[in-house]
Structures are given as structure tokens and as C-alpha cells.
Design a protein around this ligand. Sequence first.
Ligand code: NDP
Ligand code: GDR
Length: 371
Amino acid sequence: MSKVAFITGVTGQDGAYLSEYLLKKGYKVHGLKRRSSLFNTDRIDHLYQDPHVEHQNFYLHYGDMTDSTNLIRLIKEIQPDEIYNLAAMSHVQVSFEMPEYTGNADGLGALRILDAVRLLGLESKTRIYQASTSELYGKVQEVPQSETTPFYPRSPYAVAKMYAYWMTVNYREAYNMFACNGILFNHESPIRGETFVTRKITRAVARIALGIQDKFYLGNLDAQRDWGHAKDYVRMMWLILQADQAEDWVIATGKTTPVRDFVKMSFAEIGVELEFKGQGVDEKAYVHKCNNPEYQLELGKCVLEVDSRYFRPTEVDLLIGDASKAKNKLGWECRYQLQDLIKDMMQSDIKLMQKEQFLKEGGYDTLNYFE
Ligand code: NDP
Ligand code: GDR
């Protein structure tokens, strides 16, 4: 009998990788998808199965983390062996604009899942993975951060996720449920959302290389993050639910890099060396050398400026994780180094932008409703 998994946030970066990973393992996968006015299933279109075919193993259901009755009904119908609660308003800066909604979807949303399992009497059947985050550590208390480092959240997003974290621990202790937190540090990929800093950078570098765009704008270049590849991290989500005991786990590469260096490395990937001048909001980056004849970037051209609109009211300055527990007890290893991640993202974004350029040159990109 195939195991049955229910993934909330199936249309997101991690939901897409995890779905494919579990399907390859022979699972039946059910995903929760929000209704939207356009298709928002690009990341999972390759997994889609027509509901009219026999032996379907990938199913999508409409729903929302703010709608308890919907979640209870779905969990009752699906009877999952494993739930991966990945759905969230996951953008830290946006959470300052939408604190109440973020609390509802990211904090109470997790409670709705836990409580649905309890209400339906599935405590001993259904294992739950909660997508917790290194943002919980917030203001630096100690480095590297591990399962025992105290939390100090610095955004409505992190505060909501802290509620979800402790609810998961509480339901595990109070009702003996197999509920675990994966405290995952930043993880990225070619399908990372376009407004997170890594993807914003690799997209912009590709566009600048192809002459579609002149320059781009970022906020705090000094922030340091422990960046891994999402493919490595979804493998870990699954391992966490296969462990003998329900516990909380830090997943990280153990290396940290400033945003500025991520920019340098992304340009270096296409053979362009940058020079940074100025400080704070006056900092800019210029083309210093272009070693790739394919991309005709003028020397001295300004390609990056700092824009204060991308600074956060409270910032998380430094994240670097200690994943020794997961390495020792679950045998987890990360296969991708930062350089491999950047290569993967740059190659994919160059291809994507070449497509965009092709459409533009063919005159297929314009849309005017009143023409
Ligand atoms: P994404 O932003 O790519 O995906 C989030 C998913 O949640 C999307 O499918 C989104 O749907 C869905 N969603 C958002 N709000 C709701 C809602 N109210 N009801 C139902 N679905 C909703 O995030 P990631 O894949 O990067 O991250 C997955 C999870 O892991 C998130 O909870 C995130 O906070 C957490 N996390 C991520 C880390 C990372 O570095 N990526 C690190 C640590 C934790 P839609 O497509 O319609 O927008
Ligand atoms: P983060 O990721 O906040 O760590 O949350 P993000 O990529 O948004 O920011 C990383 C760092 O880069 C700085 N930064 C910018 N960030 C964005 N988005 N846009 C910019 O223009 C920019 N310029 C500088 C930020 O200030 C920050 O310091 C991600 C999300 O996936 C969360 O859901 C997850 O929980 C954490 O990672 C771990």
C-alpha cells in the first residue's frame, strides 16, 4: 500500500520539490492549493495528472490555511500518513505590511492542522512536519545557531512562525502526536520566488547580461545568510518524518555569506567581475572586467544600486546553522555547495531570459487591451 502525504503550500518552491520527491518514492500525494484568478501551478505542472485517468497519484485540492472547516474536511477525506505544513505567507518584508494575515496563515494555520488531526482522532496515524525557520533566531544570541539556541524573532513573520513552532511542540507533548519542527535555514533554487534576494539577483544578472535591463536595486548588502539548495532540504523534511522519534531539527549548510558576495558570485558565474564603491545607501557596483565575449558589458557600467525601500524595520543580521544533530542522527548531508546553487540558478535564469528576449524580438510580448 502506498503511503499518503498531504502537502500544504504545494504550489510553492518546497511544495513542488517535495511533491516530486515523494511521488518518486511511490507516495500518493495530495496538495492544498489556493484559488487564484490565474493558474499558479507552474512549478507543479509537470506532475499534474488528469483526474479522469486511472491510478492517479497526485491530487490537488482547493483550500486555505485560514479556513478550518476546509482543512478538517480535507484531512478527514485524505486520511494522510504524513502532513507537510509548508503553506505560509513566507516573505519577511511583506509580513511587516500584512502582520495580521501573516499571523493568521502562518501561526494559526499551523494550529488548524494540528487540531484537525486531533479532532479527527488521527493522532497515532498521522505524522506532521511543520516548516519552521531560522528567522526564529532573529537578533543574534549565539553562532552557529542550533536546536538549543534561544529565539528572538524580528518580524511579524518570525513571530507567527514562533507560535507555530511552540504549538507543534505542545501538541507533541500534550497529545503524544508525531509532530516535528524542521528549523530550516534559507534554501533556494531555480524555482525560488522572484522577490527573495537570491532569485532577484540571479534574474537581474541574467537580464543585464542579455541587455534586457541596465541595473537593479537591493537593500541591505551586509546581511549574511546560510544558503542551501531546496533539493537537499526537502529530502530532509522526509527524513524527519521517518525518524524513530518526533523531534525538532536544524537544517543548514554551516556556512554564511553576505548578500554582497552572492551578487559578486552570480556575476562571476557569467564571467563578469564587479567593483563595489561607496557605503550604506550610497553603495554601488560597477563592471570591472568582462571575461566572457558572449556578454558585451561596458567596463565601468553601474549595475547595482542600494535602495532604502528594501531595508526592513528590524533586520536579521547573521544566520549560520549547526546541523550536527541531523547529520549524526539522520545521516543528512548537503550535496550542493553555494557555488553549485548559484550555477544552477544562473543557468536556469539565463535560459529563461533568453526566452523572454526571443519573445520580445518577435513582438510577442506586448499586451494592450484598448488597441
Ligand atoms: P513559497 O513562498 O515558495 O511557498 C509558499 C506556499 O504557501 C505557496 O504554495 C503559497 O501559495 C502557499 N500559501 C501561502 N498562503 C497560503 C494560505 N493562506 N493558504 C494556503 N496556501 C498558502 O515558500 P517556500 O516553498 O520557500 O517555503 C515553504 C515553507 O517553508 C514556508 O512555510 C516558509 O515560511 C518555510 N521556510 C522557507 C525557507 C526557505 O528558505 N525557502 C526557510 C525556512 C522556512 P501560492 O502559490 O498561491 O502563493
Ligand atoms: P529572508 O530571505 O528574509 O532571509 O527569508 P530574503 O531573500 O527575502 O532576504 C535575505 C536577506 O537579503 C536582504 N536583502 C534583500 N531581500 C530581499 N527580499 N530583497 C532585496 O532587495 C534585498 N536586499 C537585501 C534582506 O534584508 C535579508 O537580510 C527567507 C524566506 O524564505 C523565509 O520564508 C524563510 O523563513 C527564511 O528565508 C529562512
